[in-house]
Design a protein around this ligand. Structure first.
Ligand SMILES: Cc1cc2nc3c(=O)[nH]c(=O)nc-3n(C[C@H](O)[C@H](O)[C@H](O)COP(=O)(O)OP(=O)(O)OC[C@H]3O[C@@H](n4cnc5c(N)ncnc54)[C@H](O)[C@@H]3O)c2cc1C
Length: 266
């Protein structure tokens, strides 16, 4: 288990779009040297005031910061930089504890030189070892993690990577082994739950799969229900997590996610 680090301060070096619906923010600063060499693929917490500022000195006594969770998509200890990739889900409107939008709004408006505090990093569970094939599923919020996970697949891996994207142009460059098929669905082009429907259509090869899935809460539940009914399903070789929930901020999602996990665990 990774030891949780104190919140550290970073400076925005650059912010730019890497695809129509994904914005990258590159951070730098002295505190980079406190992060482990394997930080890419781990998650951090971004800290905001309830009013949406990154200046935590404006928090009043006893007031807690608002936390938002993101994956380190790239880490370069030599250059002293780390990158975070933000899905552009909300570009306008006021930031408030009820409406949320802290992280996306910040990523869309931040400028080089701005400071932000981060907690972590902490480890995101990987693909289970010793499987016969892999099933990797995610929406845009899981792309930073999935991109890194696929670079570590063995050359003889078999299986599927199933992605829900906002547009075709949001597909990142993935180096997949020949035996791993890439399947994409474009959100909004299909009625209903396109990602869960696509996963339900898959033909399961023989043998034991290692499953990794991260996406929207209701989609995650639909996928979890389907895969847990399969004969080859082995819970120990499966990571399935919701990364966000329609109509609910991360603060509300956190509570719903915990309750769901408790009832799933029985
Ligand atoms: C371990 C982990 C790693 C994650 N890594 C990433 C990452 O690398 N990149 C990334 O973009 N996200 C990532 N997420 C998801 C991210 O934490 C949430 O999307 C978060 O809610 C965004 O915060 P916000 O302040 O922008 O919006 P919030 O204040 O949390 O929510 C405001 C409103 O926006 C909606 N909303 C939130 N996210 C989305 C979305 N993606 N699409 C559409 N509507 C949305 C909510 O339903 C709500 O109505 C990760 C989550 C986890 C748990």
């Amino acid at each position: 288990m990774q030891k949780r680090l104190q919140a550290k301060s970073f400076t925005v070096q650059q912010a730019f779009d890497i695809s129509p619906n994904m914005r990258r923010v590159i951070l730098t600063g002295e505190d980079i040297r406190h992060l482990p060499a394997n930080s890419a693929g781990q998650y951090v917490k971004l800290l905001f005031t309830p009013a949406g500022s990154t200046d935590l000195s404006t928090l009043s006594e006893g007031q807690k910061p608002v936390l938002r969770t993101f994956t380190i998509s790239e880490f370069d200890a030599e250059q002293g930089t780390l990158s975070l990739d933000f899905v552009k889900h909300q570009h306008k409107g006021d930031i408030s504890p009820e409406q949320g939008g802290y992280a996306c709004h910040w990523a869309m408006h931040t400028q080089p030189g701005e400071q932000i505090s981060l907690g972590g990093p902490n480890t995101i569970q990987g693909l289970a070892d010793g499987s016969d094939w892999v099933l990797i599923i995610g929406d845009m919020t899981a792309l930073p993690s999935i991109q890194l996970k696929t670079t570590h697949l063995a050359a003889n891996s078999q299986g599927y990577v199933v992605l829900a994207l906002s547009s075709k142009q949001d597909l990142p460059a993935l180096q997949l082994p020949a035996g791993v098929e890439l399947i994409t669905v474009i959100d909004g082009e299909h009625p209903g739950n396109a990602l869960a429907d696509k996963v339900a259509e898959l033909r399961w090869p023989d043998g034991k799969p290692a499953i990794w899935c991260a996406c929207e809460f209701s989609t995650m539940r639909a996928i979890r229900q389907h895969i847990s009914q399969q004969d080859q399903f082995d819970r120990k070789a499966c990571y399935i997590s919701s990364y966000w929930k329609h109509g609910v901020t991360e603060d509300g999602h956190k509570v719903i996610k915990r309750d769901d996990q408790d009832s799933y665990n029985g």
